[in-house]
Design a protein around this ligand. Sequence first.
Ligand SMILES: [Zn+2]
Length: 221
Amino acid sequence: MSDTRTERKTIEEFIIPRGTGKAFHLAAGQILRITAHEGKQVADVKFINAHDHREQFCAWWSSCLNSERPDGLITGGTKRITELFSKPPWERVMLRVIDDKVGDHLFNGACSPRIRELMPEFEYLGSETCVDLFREVLAPYGIGLEDLEASGTFNVFMPVRFRDDEAGTWEFLPPSCEKGDFIEFQAEIDILVAATSCPQVAIINDYNPKAMMYQIFEPAG
Ligand SMILES: [Zn+2]
């Protein structure tokens, strides 16, 4: 069996240093690989229609749509999804996960000034949270925090368990990845991506925030 990956053309490759963010474009058909090249680390990633910023990936809704299918085909759930849907009124697949050996993520929001206030035990590298980083990297595109889908973050390699207590409270765990693990997405439409290497000095980054590697490929063939 031939490895089709060797026939891929690399379009771009870059690092998002620890505690920072970046926005970049992914054209329809292109593949995005995110690698935990330094070890256990979470990436918070937002996907926005490059031509209509109102259409954005809706995380928790995608988790639901992946697990409730009339045809019985389960494409995901609360730990992994393969189809990334946009919010209503669009509700279409913006990207697909095409390689995910780790398969243990969260579909939610991102650390914010308010979380920082409510959970003072979680320290940060500097003064910024992921939400602050999204504001900075999306400002050049004319996108403000108020324009973003609040539950629109793919929390890559962030495993959360929902306890079997009365409220079903959250339990945060160390990142699900080991050094070198990656996840790959393929875009169905032109996408503006905003991503962070989360700055929380907490269990979710194994108490040591790290950089992550991003590669964009043109598919083989
Ligand atoms: Zn964060």
